[in-house]
Design a protein around this ligand. Sequence first.
Ligand SMILES: Nc1nc2c(ncn2[C@@H]2O[C@H](COP(=O)(O)OP(=O)(O)O)[C@@H](O)[C@H]2O)c(=O)[nH]1
Ligand SMILES: [Mg+2]
Length: 276
Amino acid sequence: MVIQWFPGHMTKALREMEKEMKNIDIVFYLLDARAPLSCFNPKLTQVAKNKKIIYILNKADLVDEKDITRFKSILQKQNADVVALNSTQSNSGKVLFLSAKKLLEEKVELKKSKGINYSIKVMVVGVPNVGKSTLINNMCGFSKTTTGDRPGVTRGKQWVTTKEGFLLLDTPGTLWPSFEEERIGKNLAYIGSIKDELLDDLAFYFIKDIVKKYGDLLEKRYDIKIEDNCEILDILEKICTSRNCLLKNNELDYDRCGRMIIDDFRKGRLGKIVLD
Ligand SMILES: Nc1nc2c(ncn2[C@@H]2O[C@H](COP(=O)(O)OP(=O)(O)O)[C@@H](O)[C@H]2O)c(=O)[nH]1
Ligand SMILES: [Mg+2]
């Protein structure tokens, strides 16, 4: 599978984030809990260097607790705070105020001693579609920024203030010019960080990548039976047939079927699946 995309506007966004970084106290680095290691953007990590970081395993509701524990222990090796979150659950973002305040206690206290009521400034970063805007809305307690289940919904600079006196900066999702491994690119595509129009046969590769570990989830969701050594195309065909994905001439509609499978995965309807 060849993944092509044009990171031009993302390069610009990264440059703007780099400029803004000097005003920032802390970075909330969002990672999709289903593929957190694939979500690590080397460019972003570079931009956020020397900053206090909280890693957020977002969409934690879509994975098992044991995977959260595994990812937490990997990330904690980087000497950073890690918080698992479901940003769609109201008030779940509250824990982040506490974590951030703790990390910045010294600065806030110092300002206080000078009579300044300091607002902690947070930059919220992560690949497209990881839930940045959803988290910000959650922390504000109402819908301030635009969210959507596709990359590139957030454009331009958006600061918002919370009741707790935090200033949050939403940022456009950023990718990077080349993936070290094809697997990373594919994982980012499955979780919706890369525009779907750029990808052919996504569902084919998705099934191929997960069938060994999660074949039973496919069987259950689509009411099919997957024999050992079954070809991937056969599995797609079974799903097509079972879901009645047909073209006008009664041929199987693999495209529609593929979109359905990917959408089911993204919304968590297939069950709890991790890719990393
Ligand atoms: N299940 C689940 N879905 C989430 C979570 N956070 C965000 N989403 C969904 O992911 C999609 C992308 O969210 P958005 O905030 O626009 O991502 P952004 O591109 O990083 O700003 C939306 O459909 C959200 O409803 C979460 O914690 N759990
Ligand atoms: Mg957004």
